[in-house]
Design a protein around this ligand. Structure first.
Ligand code: G3H
Ligand code: 13P
Ligand code: ZN
Length: 305
């Protein structure tokens, strides 16, 4: 069934588990994630960025996700990092059940004003809204307390923002960043800051940039020639702490990208005589399914559908 993110996330926050939100760009990623969700009996959020929409076309993406939602687990169709209002309108017109307005790079007032506009538009269509306050930044780049306070989410500001905008979920910055290179030294999230936010904001909290850069997947990709250097992700332990402290939606893109890449490299290298793309994409799909299932176990969403 196609549902809103609010419907999935409110019980998740209350029961201290998180719903995985996977970025989907094509049929193979979507099918691997759905096969994992059905197997694990997990609710799932299928999200597409503006870039994914430019790549695949929103009609294709929305149609595929609608088919996925006809299965036996609840599915939300979500716009990830909508920065341009034209994409928000496009997503709502194409039946998305949820949109993110990402005004995190804007000054507070502008972010709040635009978020309120998006809330009005989305709620009129029965869709939920995720908003963001604070800038996602590698925590090690923020050396002083002043720098951290300037970039990472301020708890009082988050509370004011949630109240003022009427959004349904709030993405916060506590030291994660997008991509495969999150930490140079010790990996570390500002869980204390999250605790203070969660005390004041009772909405489901969203963690972006939450991929773990799983060691075995990284090794496999490197074995087949990928050059990933010092790629590092968020520790499982930190993810567990974050979920215990209010995070109810965890965004994963990089870990699927790494699995896709590892599987493709393996297939191309090990199957030199194969030219059938369906066969060449099998290892990627198997690995992405495995990664998605591991996330569902880690987030505690397995068995909640
Ligand atoms: O923040 C989400 C993604 O990891 C970036 O995805 O390349 O589709 O914009 P994108
Ligand atoms: P990762 O790059 O850590 O997978 O984060 C993805 C994300 O936040 C998508 O919005
Ligand atoms: Zn993100």
């Amino acid at each position: 069934m196609l549902v809103t993110t609010k419907k999935l996330l409110v019980p998740a926050r209350a029961k201290k588990y998180a719903v995985p939100a996977f970025n989907v760009n094509n049929l193979e990623i979507l099918k691997a994630v759905m096969s994992a969700a059905e197997k694990m009996r997990s609710p799932v959020i299928l999200q597409t960025t503006e870039g994914a929409i430019d790549y695949a076309g929103i009609e294709y993406l929305a149609a595929m996700i609608r088919v996925a939602a006809k299965g036996t687990v609840p599915v939300a169709m979500h716009l990830d990092h909508g920065k341009d209002l034209s994409y928000i309108k496009l997503a709502l017109a194409n039946g998305y059940s949820s949109v993110m307005f990402d005004g995190s790079s804007l000054p507070y007032r502008k972010n709040a004003t635009l978020t309120k506009r998006v809330v009005k538009m989305a709620h009129a269509k029965g869709a939920s809204v995720e908003a963001e306050i604070g800038a996602l930044a590698g925590i090690e780049d923020l050396v002083s307390v002043e720098e951290k306070d300037a970039k990472l989410t301020d708890p009082d500001e988050a509370a004011q923002f949630a109240k003022e905008t009427g959004c349904d979920a709030l993405a916060v910055a506590i030291g994660t960043s997008h991509g495969a290179f999150k930490f140079k030294g010790k990996t570390h999230l500002d869980i204390e800051r999250l605790r203070r936010i969660a005390k004041l904001v009772k909405l489901p909290i969203v963690l972006h940039g939450a991929s773990g850069v799983m060691e075995d997947v990284k090794k496999l990709a490197e074995h087949y020639g990928a050059k990933l250097g010092a790629a590092r992700g968020v520790l499982d332990l930190d993810i567990r702490h974050a979920i215990r402290n209010g995070v109810a939606k965890v965004n994963i893109d990089t870990d699927l990208r790494l699995a896709f890449t590892a599987g493709m490299r393996e297939a191309v290298s090990d199957l030199p005589k194969v030219i059938d793309p369906r066969k060449l994409m099998e290892p990627s799909m198997t690995l992405m399914r495995e990664v998605a299932m591991r996330k569902m176990k880690l987030f505690g969403s397995a068995g909640r559908a």
